[in-house]
Design a binder for this molecule. Structure first.
Ligand SMILES: *Cc1c(COP(=O)(O)O)cnc(C)c1O
Length: 431
């Protein structure tokens, strides 16, 4: 079902990929086959409710490892909020993915993954405790903490870069307690991610059941395919010129969109918008992949200098650079441009962007300048309230804070500072 991208030999079930996170050779898992959806699916596409749509899209990736009824329940639990598309500019729509519990698009992947684990733990009598180790550039931590809170048999350890996440993001991942621990790392996200990867190949940690809840885990990554199907259905138009712009950091979300296309969803073109961490925009110019040191920006969830999922994209295109170039355009935007983007769109239509969505909006604008007929959707991946300072500064006004965030601000943060891998290891061994 899932193949290691490193040796292309080790193939595992969905359950194994879910619990292992990374293949034994430290590389990512990738579906052995991406099947096209059949005519029946498309005949019923408009009639299907969101849960049935999700079931039909995802079932091929789970095979029959989770029975239909249970998978349906998992999907219902995962998609219990709205995914509206809002017209914000001429032929430009915002797909709002921030109506979930932590107000970031990562809620879908985190909830799906935790519900799948919960299913396997309860139904297959796994009697060893599982530790989920996860690195976050900002939003993953909160979404994973929320998704896994009080799931029996699972311990969650979150690593986040000190001083590089927003106040609300930090509150979301440090205030839940119970089975959730937060480690504040002296360093950038890439360092956190490297440390997490290292735990999986560390022999001293072998007896522990460790897994990851980053988008390197297929159960976090795969359900993101749904956004693209939902966007297409929301627009409810026959159009052959749909362009989707994705604010990208670790490139899991974009890669999920590309899977959707491979399954037959008519997306004409993709845009990857990045911040100054422009490893991929550079690659798209030169064809040469060179990882970079992370640069801190206002769009912190996209501060990734060596995006893990890009290798999945290359695999999807069989390393055919020309073909990839035909279907993907990548732009980078500076913080200054991002702030200006937030301001301009607000002046135009009173729509408040978050900085990540703003880069994706800017990417669409740029692309549409030379492709005016296209219909554009950008993924608005976080609620602007999560980046309050940036958005208030950009708009020079106060934004009202929702009740649940006010509640969060009353809670006490609990975190442990660490500086290096040894400290992470000792922490894991002590549990
Ligand atoms: C994680 C995140 C991104 C980047 O998504 P990737 O799948 O890592 O490319 C963009 N915006 C927000 C708000 C995020 O939290």
């Amino acid at each position: 079902m899932y193949l290691s991208l490193g040796n292309k030999k080790e193939s595992v079930s969905f359950k194994e990929a879910l619990f292992k996170g990374l293949a034994s050779d430290k590389s990512l898992y990738y579906p052995v086959e991406v099947k096209k959806l059949d005519d029946d699916f498309w005949k019923n596409f408009k009639k299907m409710d969101t849960f049935s749509l999700a079931y039909n899209v995802l079932k091929g990736y789970i095979n029959s490892e989770i029975p239909k009824e249970n998978l349906f329940d998992i999907i219902k639990k995962t998609l219990d909020f709205k995914f509206p598309t809002v017209l914000v500019d001429k032929n430009i729509y915002s797909l709002e993915l921030f109506h979930g519990p932590t107000m970031a698009f990562k809620d879908v992947g985190a909830k799906f993954m935790s519900a799948c684990m919960d299913y396997f733990i309860k139904n297959q009598n796994l009697n060893q405790k599982i530790t989920v180790v996860v690195a976050t550039s900002g939003d993953t931590g909160g979404a994973v903490a929320n998704g896994f809170l009080d799931i029996e048999g699972v311990d969650v350890v979150i690593l986040y870069p000190k001083g590089k996440v927003s106040e609300i993001q930090e509150l979301q991942l440090t205030t839940l307690g119970n089975n959730i621990s937060a480690l504040e790392v002296d360093g950038y996200f890439d360092k956190c991610q490297q440390m997490v990867k290292k735990t999986f190949v560390d022999r001293d940690l072998n007896q522990k059941l460790l897994t990851s809840a980053n988008s390197i885990n297929v159960a976090r990554w795969i359900p993101q395919i749904l956004y693209y199907f939902i966007a297409y259905r929301n627009l409810n138009k026959k159009n052959s010129n749909l362009v989707v712009s994705v604010p990208s950091g670790n490139f899991g979300n974009l890669c999920a969109g590309m899977l959707a296309k491979k399954m037959g969803l008519p997306i004409n073109h993709f845009i990857a918008s990045t911040n100054e961490n422009d490893t991929v925009p550079k690659f798209m110019k030169t064809g040469e992949y060179k990882k970079q040191e992370t640069i801190s920006t206002l769009t912190n969830a996209m501060d990734v200098g060596d995006p893990s999922n890009f290798i999945r994209i290359l695999n999807l295109y069989n390393d055919d650079f020309k073909k990839l170039k035909k279907e993907l355009t990548a732009y980078k935007f500076s913080d200054k441009e991002t702030i200006l983007g937030i301001k301009r769109l607000y002046e135009k239509s009173k729509y408040v962007l978050d900085p990540h969505g703003a880069t994706a909006y800017l990417g669409l604008k740029k692309y549409k300048a030379t492709n005016p007929k296209s219909i554009g959707v950008f993924l608005e991946t976080a609620h602007p309230i999560k980046f309050l300072d940036t958005v208030e500064n950009a708009l020079n006004m106060k934004i009202s804070i929702p009740e649940n965030i006010l509640e969060l601000k009353k809670k006490r943060k609990s975190k442990i500072g660490i500086k290096n891998y040894e400290q992470l290891k000792n922490f894991l061994l002590s549990r």
